[in-house]
Write a protein that binds this ligand. Sequence first.
Ligand SMILES: Cc1cc2nc3c(=O)[nH]c(=O)nc-3n(C[C@H](O)[C@H](O)[C@H](O)COP(=O)(O)O)c2cc1C
Length: 166
Amino acid sequence: MMKEINHSELNENMFNAIGRNWMLLTAGDKDKLNTMTISWGCTGILWNKPVALVFVRPQRYTKEFIDNGDYFTMSGYSDEMRSAVKFCGRNSGKDVDKIKETGLIPVFDEKAPYFKQAKIVLVCRKLYAQQLSEDCIIDKSLLDYYKDNDYHTMYVAEIVKVLIDE
Ligand SMILES: Cc1cc2nc3c(=O)[nH]c(=O)nc-3n(C[C@H](O)[C@H](O)[C@H](O)COP(=O)(O)O)c2cc1C
């Protein structure tokens, strides 16, 4: 059973939840959704709101779903789901049906999809989106990440709901 908590009650270490465990970034609706693995991102406070920041390269199929709606989710899973989460980061929804291949079961919050197997879900409402650009990069060593010119779009989103599996 998922329980809603206030973001301030969240005990997760988000450095590990995102960077080490990885999360699924999911957007879409009941008819069509897509999900991808992320290991870059963060949570914090901006504009007096609890926010999450995620970074999505232009070639990701999931980006179309994020851009077409107002909401997305970030969801975290336990170790048993590691291979499913990995699969979603190694394959594109353009080529494969990730739901069918992984056994992830879509669940729809009022606003956005996530998966039944999730241990933690952040429901996020988009506030701001901007593509990173070469001229704003101060540490030029970061340009190594952009040899294909595929600068991430940064999304800042309000965390409107936090669900944890009890
Ligand atoms: C561990 C891991 C972390 C990843 N983190 C990101 C990320 O933060 N941003 C991003 O754009 N792609 C990231 N990716 C790549 C996408 O998950 C991957 O390209 C995925 O296949 C995209 O699926 P889609 O085309 O169906 O959206 C990551 C992949 C892995 C395996």
